[in-house]
Design a protein around this ligand. Structure first.
Ligand code: G6P
Ligand code: MN
Length: 439
């Protein structure tokens, strides 16, 4: 079975390839990499060659149609505008006095306005050339992009993120239970979800016990990041920190020596160069460790949450989720995974076509959302507001309307003000050639 990776020159591609190599069943027998940047594609090709020594053959192409034809799985992990775009997303927002972050708030909206048109183009080509393939979307903002693609691909597109499984894994460890022993209520949108129930076989909810126990809560990152867990009756995804402490997280991002995007742009320039001139694997691994260790540093420093937890023995990040999805689809080995799929009645506060992030049963027929308990009351307005923002982004893309983009900005809870929204959209249009379609 062939896996095609769009964004094949991406920094996380070696993680995915490592997961394929470690799969005892070798579900994937062939990899095709596609990227618009030949230099990055070549560099990542070298890292994969060093990792696999041909064990799973890899081929690279700059032709999208060729890459899609014959694929059983397509991973879409592109970054339209690259890290240059991420830096602009951050700086324009910060200059306007609002959060500048990759996927949350103004920065995430600017990113979405770039990602969606290209993702729709890809979905159209995939529908034409690989109608039976499963498209696994990592492209951020992943919930929004998955919803856009689902308008063309229906339930053949499945969105993934590593943060829900990471959170659930940490909580289950703190509770000393294994995944198969419990049913979890985790729901919301991508980077906007909550874990609000952990039910054992007898139906008992183990979460209130954890929320009442400060010592145990302190053993998990979210327990140190959030101070209001008991009040929430839930454990939020780490990205909720931006919503619960907007002033604090904005100040922390502002006072950092440079933004995350600027750090990564510099780091990646160095790393991709070193891959070409020295041992590719060492160059990539060193950069990966540094990236992991510095993930969301500002948030952790702000709350004194301490070092990023990292345990090589734990189920791997997004590549682990991706491989689990592919195995379940390809081998019809049912798995329960938290994924981004169409709602189909799971969260009654949203319509059926809204892409939500919820536990799903995955097998050869696809990913079907499982029932979850109702979202906590405090989550409802936030989920509705961010989904409304997503819908306005989709309509801005569809109509090419700058005013719709302004409405999207103004609708987001971390922007809110229409005048600020208009300034933001115009500043983004001025600095991002990819947004020139907005008139
Ligand atoms: C997590 C999120 C991704 C996000 C990434 C950012 O993995 O799930 O959606 O893109 O963090 O990490 P970075 O190292 O790029 O700041
Ligand atoms: Mn994510």
């Amino acid at each position: 079975m062939r896996l095609t990776i769009l964004g094949g020159g991406g920094f996380r591609v070696p993680l995915v390839y490592q997961a394929l190599l470690a799969d005892p069943e070798r579900t994937i027998t062939e990899v095709v990499l596609h990227d618009v940047d030949a230099g990055r594609l070549d560099a990542i090709g070298r890292v994969l060659a060093a990792l696999g020594r041909g064990a799973v053959p890899v081929r690279a192409t700059a032709d999208l149609d060729e890459a899609l034809t014959g694929a059983a799985f397509v991973f879409c992990a592109i970054r339209v505008g690259g890290l240059r775009g991420r830096v602009v997303d951050e700086h324009v927002a910060l200059a306007a006095g609002v959060l500048g972050q990759e996927t949350v708030g103004a920065g995430g909206i600017a990113y979405g306005l770039r990602s969606v048109p290209e993702s729709l183009r890809i979905a159209g080509r995939a529908a034409a050339l690989a109608p039976d393939a499963w498209l696994i979307n990592f492209t951020n903002p992943a919930g929004l992009v998955t919803e856009a693609m689902s308008r063309i691909l229906g339930d053949r597109v499945i969105g993934i993120c590593d943060s829900p499984s990471g959170l659930v894994d940490r909580v289950l460890r703190a509770l000393a239970v294994r995944p198969g022993q419990v049913r979890v209520d985790y729901a919301g949108l991508n980077h906007l979800g909550w874990l609000y129930g952990v039910h054992d076989a007898s139906g008992r909810d183990l979460l209130p016990g954890l929320l009442a126990d400060d010592a145990r809560l302190g053993t998990i990152e979210e327990g140190r990041l959030f101070r209001n867990l008991r009040e929430l009756g839930a454990i939020p995804n780490e990205y909720l920190h931006y919503y619960y402490d907007p002033a604090g997280t904005l100040a922390a991002v502002r006072s950092a020596p440079r933004t995350r995007g600027a750090f990564l742009r510099e780091q990646q320039e160095r790393c991709y160069h070193e891959i070409a001139v020295r041992d590719p694997l060492t160059a990539w691994r060193d950069a990966w460790r540094e990236r992991e260790a510095t993930y969301m540093t500002e948030n952790r420093e702000l709350t004194g949450a301490g070092e990023r937890e990292h345990d090589e023995a734990r189920p791997a990040g997004y590549e682990g989720v991706a491989l689990a999805v592919m195995r379940a689809l390809a081998r019809d080995e049912p798995a329960t995974l938290i994924l981004n799929v169409r709602n189909r009645g799971t969260l009654p506060i949203l319509d059926d076509d809204a892409v939500v992030e919820v536990p799903c049963r995955v097998d050869a027929r696809g990913a079907a959302p499982l029932p979850v308990g109702p979202l906590p009351e405090h989550a409802v307005d936030l989920v509705r507001a961010v989904k409304a923002t997503d819908r306005l982004i989709l309509s801005a893309v569809e109509t090419g309307s700058r005013d719709a983009a302004v409405r999207a900005m103004a609708t987001h809870p971390l922007v809110g003000d229409p005048a600020v929204a208009a300034r933001l959209v115009d500043a983004y249009r001025a600095e991002l050639p990819e947004l020139s379609y907005l008139a």
